[in-house]
Design a protein around this ligand. Structure first.
Ligand code: HEC
Ligand code: HEC
Length: 335
């Protein structure tokens, strides 16, 4: 009956039904399911600037090395508080322009870290600008390419008030009377990176990393609860070392050293805790430090502070979660 050599109608019909069947499975059904995807309650829309930054992200090909998907396996736990869900990509419904929908930049290569939560992990605008101008200027062993065409060189006298100067250290840029200034594209790209925050899910987390990892984490949490503070060194590496560096030496012209710092070692930890909570922009020779009040709990701040107070030759008495709590309450009351 199915003699394709003799009956061409049979041939066309079989091929056509195969095509229709596969189209329904790989295109129509998924598109249909996607109609139910709702934005998460705490998920802001991309601002106009961030949307332009998404365009820069696409045209520069950042997706070649960076994913934006937290998988539900244990090794992805460091990239987000939970695995990604379809609603995380809701912004893709905001169009790039009339012709193009915003793509979900899931990516498939992780040559560099996943960027799902980079806006929380690395909130500082100046850090991102330095990193894009030359990744080696903040991460000495980085293999990420530099994007100098997102910046321009300007004579100090022709710099306008609203120009954003990038505090590149003398090892990476050193021309008398000139400064590196961020172009619009660089600022848009950074606005996009800063907007990448994994939204919280209200109430009970309906999804989690694979059960084995969950069990281990529950055990870990129980241990932690009975055993005071979390691991300050690990938190320092995740949150502070990108700027102040692993060895606490900072970077000339951008980030001050914490090794030997009087603020870090002060008997009274008030200023140190305030700096972590509120950020810091006191001296013109350094960049700005972003605030961490929303990212870190009291216990985490105490653990980081204690790591800083007892490392790299620093020697100051430890502080407790309670002390951080008091200073946070005081600071929030003022605002
Ligand atoms: C050839 C691969 C490659 C490309 C292309 C690339 N990156 Fe990276 N990126 C890396 C690597 C490797 C790291 C880790 C080392 C570092 O922090 O510099 C990284 C780190 C980062 C970080 C810091 C992540 C963190 O967790 O601290 C950000 C932000 C970032 N890249 C953004 C970008 C943007 C934006 C682009 C496009 C303009 C881009 N990258 C293009 C490889 C790449
Ligand atoms: C995006 C870069 C960046 C990150 C991340 C960062 N800092 Fe800073 N930090 C700075 C800059 C810049 C200054 C100096 C600001 C100034 O003096 O104007 C600073 C200053 C400080 C100071 C004051 C040091 C002194 O001797 O005056 C302390 C303490 C400090 N940071 C602690 C931390 C801790 C703890 C973390 C992690 C929770 C952290 N920083 C994360 C950029 C950063």
């Amino acid at each position: 009956m199915f003699n394709f050599h003799k009956d061409h109608k049979n041939l066309v019909n079989t091929a056509l039904s195969g095509f229709v069947f596969l189209s329904i499975i790989v295109a129509v059904l998924p598109a249909y399911q996607l109609q139910d995807v709702e934005p998460l309650p705490k998920q802001p829309e991309l601002t106009e600037e961030a949307l332009k930054g998404l365009n820069v992200f696409i045209s520069e090909g950042c997706v070649a090395c960076h994913t934006q998907q937290v998988r539900n396996i244990e090794m992805d736990k460091i990239w987000g508080a939970r695995p990604s869900i379809p609603s995380d990509y809701y912004y893709s419904k905001q169009r790039l322009d009339v012709w193009r929908q915003s793509p979900s930049l899931l990516g498939s290569e992780r040559t560099g870290p996943d960027l799902t939560n980079i806006g929380k992990r690395q909130p500082g605008q100046q850090w991102h600008l330095l990193h894009l101008y030359n990744p080696r200027s903040v991460v000495s062993v980085s293999i990420m390419p530099a994007y100098p065409w997102l910046f321009e060189e300007k004579d100090t006298i022709s710099i306008r008030e609203d120009d954003i100067i990038v505090p590149v250290g003398p090892n990476f840029y050193n021309k008398a009377g000139k400064k590196i200034v961020a172009k619009e594209e660089a600022l848009q790209l950074v606005a996009y990176l800063q907007s990448l925050k994994q939204p919280e899910i209200q109430g009970e987390i309906p999804i989690d990393f694979i059960p084995a990892a969950k069990k281990k984490r529950e055990k870990g949490n129980a241990e932690q609860a009975s055993n005071s503070l979390p691991d300050g060194q690990q938190l320092y590496m995740q949150t502070c070392s990108a700027c102040h560096q692993e060895n606490g030496q900072g970077l000339v012209g951008a980030f001050p050293p914490l090794a030997g710092s009087a603020v870090v070692q002060d008997e009274n930890p008030e200023l140190l805790i305030k700096i972590i909570l509120q950020g810091y922009d006191a001296r013109s020779e350094y960049a700005q430090m972003p605030p961490f009040a929303d990212q870190l709990t009291d216990a985490e701040i105490a653990a980081i502070a204690n790591h800083e107070r007892s490392s790299w030759g620093n020697d100051a008495p430890p502080i407790s979660e309670e002390e951080v709590k008091k200073i946070r309450a005081f600071v929030t009351q003022l605002n």
